[in-house]
Design a protein around this ligand. Structure first.
Ligand code: UT7
Length: 323
């Protein structure tokens, strides 16, 4: 009998503070009109001083565990997709594991930039399918605004903070049907933050301790790559475009999302869009969108969900899920 990983429940968390496009007009030379028409973003949440990625992920994870009716002590795995960990080590997943009271199970972070949650989901899925893990808490969380240059209008308008989580459980009935994970480090210079541990906590090339992005190039590659990725995911799951009930995409840019929906031949009514409210929360984006869709009643049990993400690395990853 095949073992599947099924999503038992979801959760999410956002910082209380909302920063609108109008607020940013006062900080940099931009306009609400430019941000809305180029990206679809209207506002974003920004973490308070002292509020960390781990705090947001903890809240999202707690909510998912409560709704799943799963005790933290029953978890076999805690995994967090993030590129903005609380500290260099221990992994933020270990800090969360301890706060939840899941001590003893494996806990680790996955850094795949914006694809972090999708990578974490793919890893957890394979652990469950091989029988090594029965219950996993998979989270994606970021406080990207911590490394945003608030004087750089090309990037500061794009990002927000937030977290999402899912509880996975091993079952006999289909849950996650396929996952596809990819990266091409040849594109490392298109989207990066140059500061690091091993390079000596300094920005050697003087590119700025901040998110650096060649937006237009990333945009083009994202559209092309996601086009191929959704095709690959459908094939891996043995499905057609018409089988997809909901596309739950990475929330970076509404125009990229629309291009992927067009490729699938599905109307925007069947696409979960939260980029207007959350902006780009990197690893937080897909699980936040999923939880929002579940809580709004849009996503229902038995439906087929296509999740995908794209980000620095470059990385891209997807999952086809029977919810
Ligand atoms: O999640 C990780 C993956 N990341 C992505 O998927 C992001 C992909 N890229 C994008 O979403 C888009 O490329 C951006 C939203 C970043 C930029 O949109 P664009 O349509 O590619 O604009 P652009 O970079 O080509 O810039 C167009 C113009 C430029 O002015 P000129 O050279 O035409 O005079 C920019 O200087 O818009 C200007 N501009 C701005 N104007 C007002 C750039 N940023 C701003 C701004 N406000 N915030």
């Amino acid at each position: 009998m095949t073992t599947y990983a099924r999503i038992v429940a979801t959760g999410s968390a956002l910082p209380a503070r909302v920063v609108t496009n109008a607020d940013l007009e006062k900080v940099v030379d931009t306009s609400d009109e430019w941000i809305r028409t180029r990206t679809g973003i209207r506002e974003r949440h920004v973490a308070a001083e002292g509020e960390t990625t781990g705090d947001l992920a903890f809240r999202a994870g707690q909510q998912a565990l409560k709704d799943a009716g799963v005790k933290a002590s029953d978890l076999d795995m805690v995994v967090l997709g993030t590129t903005t960990p609380d500290i260099i080590f221990p992994a933020t997943a270990c800090l969360i594991q301890n706060r939840l009271g899941a001590n003893g199970c494996m806990a680790f972070d996955v850094n795949a930039a914006c694809s972090g949650f999708m990578y974490a989901l793919g890893i957890a899925n394979n652990f469950i399918r091989t029988g090594q893990v029965k219950r996993a808490l998979v989270m994606g969380a970021e406080t990207l605004t911590r490394m945003v240059d608030w004087e750089d209008r090309q990037t500061c308008v794009l990002f927000g903070d937030g977290a999402g989580a899912v509880v996975l459980e091993a079952t006999d009935a289909p849950g996650i049907l396929a996952t596809c994970l990819h990266a091409d480090g040849g594109y490392k210079d298109l989207l990066y933050n140059p500061v690091g541990v091993s390079v000596g906590f300094k920005d050697e090339k003087n590119h700025g301790v901040r998110i650096n992005m060649k937006g237009r190039e990333v945009f083009k590659i994202a559209v092309k790559t996601l086009d191929a990725l959704v095709g690959e995911t459908l094939t891996a799951a043995g499905m057609q475009e018409t089988d997809v009930d909901w596309l739950i995409p990475h929330q970076a840019n509404l125009r990229i999302i629309e291009a992927t929906a067009k490729r699938l031949g599905i109307s925007m009514e069947r696409v979960i869009v939260t980029v207007d409210k959350h902006a780009n929360t990197s690893s937080g984006s897909v699980p936040l969108a999923l939880d929002t869709a579940v809580r709004s009643g849009k996503v229902r049990r038995g439906q087929n969900l296509l999740l995908e993400a794209f980000g620095g690395g470059l990385t891209w990853a997807s999952a086809m899920i029977r919810y």
